[in-house]
Write a protein that binds this ligand. Structure first.
Ligand code: SF4
Ligand code: SF4
Length: 323
């Protein structure tokens, strides 16, 4: 697979510095029951990288010491990590808000039959990928059978109170099918609510609209089709300085399965470690007593994916998130 980093590093981006740390985003590994076309993690069933129990312990120690408000758990399919439930339960016991980036079909995998009940019991916020409300579009991006499995997963979560009960938050994630900017979040959310409600009886809280990042599998497909430069120009032309204040790297640390830290999940996938002092690579445990406010953030051309148009973060559009 062709790497887009050498091209992205040549593209200048405005300097950014960290603000107050609020969220720890932890990648539990790259194993996944799906292999989606746009996956910026390049996850799939054959990946074996997985966070160990010792690294999970360092995550919990960090959360406690630094009084982290939000733990955002991602992967791969993070639920496949054998320590997933221990991490969730321990974080919730410390009063931390926990988000699970769930692909929905995992709820039907062997050994995960009670996962939905577990998430509800722990009041974990579910953030579920649903790139379209139309079956053909979902299957083109995420694979055959994924749409029906996702609908069954959403119904199951709804039956447990997700999307209805204020303590059981269910948010969906949309990303465009190809090299285009995402549409306006509020209008698309209204469409999703109408179509999923009328056709399938599904309710949810919010739709997060995310831009595709020109990295990993999606980046390689841009290069293969000769669309890379065009997509980067599209992102750069739509850049708004006003979005710089809200980019997620200002308030979040991303942790990989080995415990190494990055300014965001995308930098993790590009292997651009968080830089502090002379150290080339730091583990979360190295930062347990460090205040990172003011630390420079590693930026490159892919960052325009966060600042184009309405802006994009792990919580959806930046403009609407601020409203
Ligand atoms: S479900 Fe998510 S992690 Fe898994 S392959 Fe698809 S995009 Fe990647
Ligand atoms: S990709 Fe986005 S979140 Fe990551 S460093 Fe760039 S601007 Fe920040």
């Amino acid at each position: 697979m062709r790497d887009t980093l050498p091209l992205l590093e040549k593209i200048p981006f405005p300097a950014l510095r960290r603000g107050r740390l609020e969220t720890l985003q932890v990648n539990l590994g790259y194993r996944c029951n799906q292999s989606c076309l746009h996956c910026h993690v390049n996850a799939g069933p054959n990946r074996t990288e997985e966070m160990s129990g010792a690294v999970i312990d360092s995550v919990l120690a960090f959360i406690e010491r630094r009084r982290i408000a939000t733990l955002d758990i991602t992967g791969g399919a993070p639920e496949l990590n054998t320590h997933f439930r221990r991490l969730v339960t321990a974080a919730r016991a410390r009063g931390v808000k926990v988000m699970d980036r769930c692909n929905l079909t995992i709820l039907e995998q062997p050994g995960q039959e009670d996962l939905a009940e577990f998430l509800a019991r722990e009041q974990v916020e579910v953030v579920a990928s649903m790139p379209c409300y139309l079956e053909a579009n979902v299957e083109r991006q995420r694979g055959k059978g994924v749409f029906d499995g996702s609908i069954r997963g959403l119904r199951r979560l709804n039956a447990l109170g997700y999307g209805r009960d204020a303590n059981l938050v269910l948010n969906l994630v949309y990303n465009p099918q190809g090299p285009a900017l995402p549409p306006a979040q509020a209008a698309l959310e209204a469409d999703y609510k109408r179509v999923l409600g009328e056709r399938y009886g599904i309710v949810f809280d919010k739709l997060f609209v995310l831009a595709n990042m020109p990295i990993q599998r999606f980046g390689a497909s841009l290069l293969g089709k000769g669309d890379f430069d065009g997509y980067l120009h599209l992102l750069q032309d739509a850049h708004l300085d006003a979005n710089l204040a809200g980019v997620m790297c200002r308030s979040l640390i991303s942790v990989d399965w080995r415990g190494f830290v990055y300014d965001c999940d995308f930098n993790q996938m590009l292997d651009l470690p968080l830089q502090r002092g002379a150290s080339e690579r730091l583990r979360l445990a190295d930062l347990i007593d460090e205040d990172l406010a003011g630390n420079p953030i590693r930026v490159a051309g892919h960052c325009y994916g966060c600042t184009a148009g309405q802006g994009s973060s792990c919580g959806g559009a930046l403009k609407e998130a601020a409203e």
